[in-house]
Design a protein around this ligand. Structure first.
Ligand code: G3H
Ligand code: ZN
Length: 284
């Protein structure tokens, strides 16, 4: 069933597990993510970036994922990821997205509060959840590029006022992860995460999950991380599955399902692995 981000994250911190937020770009990876979660009896968050929405269409994304969610017995959240276009956010909320991320992290602290609060007030009317970001996660996420020099860790002292004034349901923190593949092993700032966990009850979100070592994931979850985003790894999984299927089939094979169908199982396997690490199996 389709649920909000608030609902899906409700038991996470106390239960010491995190729910995976997985980016998708089409039918096959979206269905694969759901299948992986069903196999593990885990809640799951399907995330469409602005780029994915532009590619598939807003109504198409909403209709497809609603149909998928209604066909399974696990909680599924449909989330708009890293949105900087406020008109698009409002359209997504009206379309039935159950969660949106307002990404005003490039703006000043005061503007970030004002913009995030404006989106929360709008989303409330529709029963939609809101995630916002404080600090700047580095790297490249679709069209959002944050150079190393301007990436900024979340200041724990900024958190309480940000959470209470905006009324957000989840807070993305910058503690050393980076979007896209890592150039070198990420160095996570665990003392900083500890301070943030102690200073707020708001569910926390870790971005840039692709390439984070398993032990770092586990430590984050143990400390109280509630949502962990994985995008790039699934993109690579999608592409590799198609390449392998093309290579394995004779040129006379022209059924497209032979080429893109394997993406479903490939993505499901990746998701199942992450669910085991995040501890969300059997939490549906
Ligand atoms: O919002 C999406 C995630 O933060 C994805 O990050 O592509 O590095 O896994 P990633
Ligand atoms: Zn992200």
């Amino acid at each position: 069933a389709l649920v909000t981000l608030k609902e899906i994250l409700a038991g996470t911190r106390a239960g010491h597990y995190a729910v995976g937020g997985f980016n998708f770009n089409g039918y096959e990876d979206a269905q694969g993510i759901i299948n992986g979660a069903v196999a593990k009896n885990s809640p799951v968050i399907l995330m469409a970036s602005m780029g994915a929405v532009k590619y598939i269409g807003l109504h198409q994304v909403a209709g497809m994922v609603k149909g998928m969610a209604e066909s399974v017995d696990i909680p599924v959240c449909l989330h708009l990821d890293h949105a900087t276009d406020y008109d698009l956010i409002k359209e997504a909320i009206k379309c039935g997205f159950t969660s949106v991320m307002v990404d005003a992290s490039a703006k000043s602290y005061e503007d970030n509060i004002a913009d995030s609060k404006m989106i929360v007030d709008f989303a409330k009317q529709y029963g939609c959840s809101v995630e916002a970001e404080l600090g700047k996660v580095g790297g490249k996420e679709e069209n959002i590029v944050v150079e190393d020099a301007s990436a900024a860790f979340t200041d724990p002292d900024d958190v309480p006022r940000f959470v209470s004034e905006t009324g957000i349901d989840a807070l993305a923190v910058a503690i050393g992860t980076v979007h896209g593949f890592y150039k070198s092993e990420p160095k996570l700032d665990f003392p900083r995460l500890q301070k943030i966990v102690e200073i707020t009850d708001c569910p926390l979100v870790l971005h840039g999950g692709s390439g984070v070592p398993v032990e770092d994931f586990k430590k984050c979850v143990q400390m109280g991380m509630s949502k962990i985003n994985v995008g790039t790894e699934l993109k690579a999984t999608y592409s590799n599955a198609v390449r392998a299927a093309v290579a394995a089939n004779p040129e006379s094979e022209f059924d497209p399902r032979k080429y893109v169908g394997p993406v479903k199982d490939a993505c499901a396997k990746v998701v199942e692995g992450k669910i085991d690490i995040f501890g969300s199996a059997n939490k549906a």
